[in-house]
Design a protein. Sequence first.
Length: 312
Amino acid sequence: MNASCRLLVAGCWLIAGMRGWGATYYVTVTGLGGEPDYEQRFTANAMDLDKVFKGGTSAHVFTLTGKQATKAKLTEVMAEVAREAKSEDDLVVTLIGHGSYDGTEYKFNLVGPDVTAGELAALCDKVAAKRQLIVDTTSASGGAVAALERPGRAVIVATKSGTEKNATVFARYWVEALQDPTADTDKSDSVSALEAFQYADKKTAAFYTTQKRLATEHPEFEDTGKGEPVRAVSGDSREGALMASFTVVRIGAAQAAMNDPAKRELMMKKEELEQKIDELKYQKAAMEPGEYTKELRTALVELAQVQGELDK
C-alpha cells in the first residue's frame, strides 16, 4: 500500500471512530457466591459500582444482586437495554462472581440456570450500542473471550484461561480503579477502560506478591474483535485502542462539567478530540510524518482551546 492509500485509510478510520455523544448503559451482575463471605464480597463490589455509575449524567444503571441475579432477570434487563439503547450509546456489562469452564464452554454461575459466554454475547449483540465493554471478573473467565469478542467490543477477563479456576481478587481492584483518582494516569478527569485495567492488573499482581502466594489469576483483554487476548499494549498492534478511548467513568471536573448543561457540549467536544488524538497515535505508522504532525498539532491546539473554555 503506497503512502497516499495509507493516509486515506487512516483518515477514514479517524472519521469512523468519531461519534456523537450518547448515554452509557451499565449492567452489573453478581453471581452465586456459594459461601456467605463470597456473597457479601460480590454484593459489596456490585453496590460500589452502582453508586459510582449513578453519579454520571445520562447513565442508565441496572444492578442485579442476590436473588435478583438470575438468568431470566438478566435476559429481561438486556432486552430492556436493547429496546432503549442507540448506536451512539455505550454499553458496559460487569460480571462479578464465580465462573466455570469445562474445556469447551464458559458459564457464569447464577442463582438457578447459569448463563454461558455464548448466551451473554447473543444478548449483547442485540444492543445497538456500537461501543461495548464486557468486564468478566470471575474465575475461569479467560475461557469466555472467544465467544464474547467482536469488533467494537472490548472484553476484559480476570484470568488468562478457563483453567485458572480459583476465586479471583481482580473485581476488588477493578472497582477500586473507578474510585481512585490515581487511576486517571493521563489526568483527563476520566478513567478509561485501559487505565482501569492497568490499575487493577497492577494491584492484582501486587496482592499475590505481598501475600507471598503463587498468582492464580492473570488478567487479560481483547478489543480488536479478533485474535487472542493480551496482557499489555504493544506498539505494533491495535490492541488497546478501543479501551483507551472508552470512558468508563468521569471524575472531578469532568463529571461536574457533564452535570452542567452549559458545559456539557464542551465536554463532548473535548472527549471527541481526545479520542481523535488517541487514534492518530495508533495510526502514526501508516501516515506521512508531516501529515501526522500537522493533524496532531491541530487537534492539540483545539483541545487546549476547549479546555480553556471549560476552565472559565
